[in-house]
Write a protein that binds this ligand. Structure first.
Ligand code: PBG
Length: 355
């Protein structure tokens, strides 16, 4: 590969004066040589347009109600489910590394799941206890929690179903409001509705404000696609086992991009403080369009399947794991993301800190 490149470079060099095959066009080669700015490390640093910092990272973690400290998540090497005490330690680690926020997701015992996801509303459920414990141990770290019913429903959907299996939008929104309130009472900093029901952002904002929680932020999963890349996450929270059918009647069609702008526009109008595009890497075009169109704080979720792909290739020795991790994260910044939800957060933070 290398000699080939050299050959081409040589052939592009201007021939001796008078015989030049390349017309001397002003503003073009050979007067302009794009490679000049790339020739040394100091220069590449100076001309870099985007930079990834630890302040760009949100760390999703998995919780479980268990005496055991941690159990591994299949298909996500390096990622474990944590009990509450271990989640406190993870939050301490995140704070030490300078990661601004953690995003806990629960593995809910099967016995607690029902068709309405009632456990989601309970003031003392696993998530609420974890939020309290994390905020107690590390008050300065941001805690961002999903609002959606899938970890709690016996059928694995983000909403409640009628007897024909249709997801009931407005009834679900009422439950989501109560779920958000339970989390707010527990002390969460930011709720992140990931359910894709219509009108939920406005309803949750109104409910939070009415209960005196006007300081709680809303990060909307505004453009969330019906994606195969969520597979390992669904193992982690045990919804691959419960999910009946798929989520295409509420999550977006991967074919669409104008529709993402409508979704984001509506969520901002309803009161979202921040918006998210999900999954991440196959949807960088959406991140760019959203950022350009609205200019609001925009996040991308590098989801479980993206993590699994990169990890698996790295563990097989097929890719340089650290290198592709940092490259992928930087690409989110280049696409216009203000930050990234990533299971790589602590690994990336350690590299950024030179540790
Ligand atoms: C649930 C939810 C999902 C993810 C975040 N919140 C999965 C889904 O919609 O089925 C996916 C995250 C990941 O894959 O890492 N509402």
């Amino acid at each position: 590969m290398k000699p080939l490149k050299l050959e081409r470079a040589e052939s592009q060099r201007p021939a001796a004066a008078g015989t030049s095959a390349v017309p001397a066009m002003p503003g073009a080669y050979p007067a302009v040589r794009m490679r000049r700015n790339r020739k040394s490390h100091w220069s590449r640093r100076l001309v870099a347009e985007n930079v990834l910092t630890t302040a760009d990272l949100i760390w999703p973690i998995f919780l479980m109600d268990s005496a055991e400290a941690r159990t591994p998540v299949a298909h996500m090497p390096g990622v474990d489910r944590l009990n509450i005490a271990e989640a406190q330690r993870a939050a301490e680690e995140a704070a030490k590394l300078g990661i601004p926020a953690v995003a806990p997701f629960p593995y809910v015992d099967r016995a607690l799941r029902d068709p309405r996801g009632s456990e989601a509303e309970r003031a003392n459920n696993l998530m609420c206890r974890a939020v309290r414990a994390i905020k107690e141990a590390v008050p300065e770290i941001g805690v961002i929690t999903d609002v959606a019913l899938d970890p709690y429903t016996s059928h694995g959907h983000d909403g409640v179903l009628d007897d024909r299996g249709v997801i009931l939008n407005d009834e679900t929104v009422g439950i989501l409001c109560r779920q958000a309130l339970a989390l707010a009472h527990a002390g969460v900093d930011c709720v992140a509705p990931s359910d894709m029901m219509d009108g939920r952002i406005g309803a949750i904002r109104t409910a939070l404000d009415a209960a005196g929680h006007d300081e709680v932020q809303i990060l909307s999963y505004a453009a969330k696609y019906a994606s195969g890349f969520y597979g390992p996450f669904r193992d982690a929270i045990g919804t691959n086992a419960t999910l009946i059918g798929d989520k295409r009647t509420y999550q977006m069609d991967p074919a669409n991009s104008d529709e993402a702008l409508r979704e984001v526009g509506l969520d901002i109008a309803e009161g979202a403080d921040m918006v998210m595009v999900k999954p991440g890497m196959p949807y960088l075009d959406i991140v760019r369009r959203v950022k350009d169109a609205f200019g609001v704080p925009t996040y991308a979720y590098q989801v479980s399947g993206e993590y699994a792909m990169l990890k698996a290739a790295a563990l097989n020795g097929w890719l340089d794991g650290d290198r592709v991790m940092m490259e992928a994260l930087l690409a989110f910044k280049r696409a216009g993301a203000d930050g990234i939800l990533t299971y790589f957060a602590p690994e990336a933070a350690r590299i950024l800190a030179g540790k």
